[in-house]
Design a protein around this ligand. Structure first.
Ligand code: NDP
Length: 295
């Protein structure tokens, strides 16, 4: 069994991003700039946004966190997004999900200029991804692809089983793995809560991507010998053992699955760190105008 080490890979890619960001700043006189909008004070969202901001600083980006009270109206939020869309000194904009129930996340996502949509959730980016055209790829699947590429894992012809079909992870992951590119060229099965006999489906996977949101959901009896196992899950549980007061668990029963896997991501230390890298890479591309030319 080999570990797909998010810590090591993300550190290496961040070093490369730092060099490119410095070159951008030297040439343009300003740093790549990411704005994150956070509504309310959900603990998980606060942690994710803080980590994104911290990582921006680490690689030499400017980052701005705009916070709104949970009662903010949809109209006020969208007006702010429209203002940011027009600001030439802001390259990337993300709105941390989930949003309060009175705000339609689809309306918010579609209000973001797709050229600044570094989360890759806008329908234009999703459509372009499906067509294999240059676009911003959602950060988590992008991070997973970067990790597979880093380890030179040959995915062509493999059977990939993705568990979970969310718009931000499972669904784009299935598209990326099926695309005619490298990594990619897999035969993909996309499963969800209505899948019949999930165990049989997952057992067929040479590659398994678990994005469900349930602690230790994928057990050893669901995994074939030699499979590549990617665990996206981040399940928080209160704990007296850690300084933070909580402990993170993946969607995969790591201790029992790892001995059967050829490669596996740990939680923490796996996909979460690569998600940040995906976001940073998208922001750099937005600043440089390599995907969508500036102006
Ligand atoms: P969602 O809740 O949006 O989607 C979960 C998916 O899992 C759904 O498609 C759902 O099916 C499916 N599912 C739920 N229960 C079952 C079941 N019993 N059998 C089969 N499928 C099931 O979650 P996300 O995709 O947003 O996130 C998934 C996990 O990944 C979470 O733990 C989240 O915290 C984590 N995450 C981690 C990131 C990282 O950076 N590492 C980034 C984003 C998320 P259905 O559609 O039918 O309801």
């Amino acid at each position: 069994m080999n570990i797909l080490d998010g810590k090591e890979v993300s550190a290496k890619i961040k070093e490369d991003i730092k060099v490119e960001a410095a070159a951008f700043t030297a040439a343009s006189g300003r740093k790549p700039h990411l704005v994150a909008i956070l509504v309310g004070n959900d603990g998980g969202s606060e942690t994710y946004v803080a980590s994104k901001m911290r990582n921006c600083e680490l690689v030499g980006f400017e980052s701005t966190n705009i916070r709104y009270d949970v009662e903010v109206s949809e109209a006020e939020l969208i007006a702010k997004i429209q203002e940011i869309n027009k600001d030439p000194n802001i390259d990337g904009l993300i709105v941390q999900l989930p949003l309060p129930a009175h705000i339609d996340p689809d309306k918010v996502t579609e209000a973001i200029d797709h050229r600044k949509d570094v989360d890759g959730f806008h329908p234009i980016n999703l459509g372009r991804m499906q067509r294999n055209l240059p676009c911003f790829i959602p950060a988590t699947p992008y991070g997973i692809i970067l990790m597979l590429a880093h380890y030179g894992i040959d995915t062509a012809g493999k059977h990939a089983v993705v568990v979970g079909r969310s718009n931000i992870v499972g669904s784009p992951m299935s598209i990326l793995l099926a695309r005619n590119s490298n990594p990619g060229n897999c035969t993909v099965t996309l499963t969800h809560s209505r899948t019949k006999d999930l165990k049989t489906e997952v057992l067929r996977g040479d590659i398994i991507v678990a994005a469900i949101g349930k602690k230790n959901f994928v057990t050893a009896d669901m995994v074939k010998e030699g499979a590549i196992v990617i665990d996206v899950g981040i399940n928080r549980e209160n704990s007296t053992e850690t300084k933070s007061g909580f402990k993170l668990y993946g969607d995969v029963d790591f201790d029992n699955v790892a001995p059967k896997a050829s490669w596996i991501t740990p939680v923490p230390g796996g996909v979460g760190l690569m998600t940040i890298v995906g976001l940073l890479k998208n922001t750099l591309e937005a600043a440089k105008g390599t995907i969508y030319p500036k102006g």
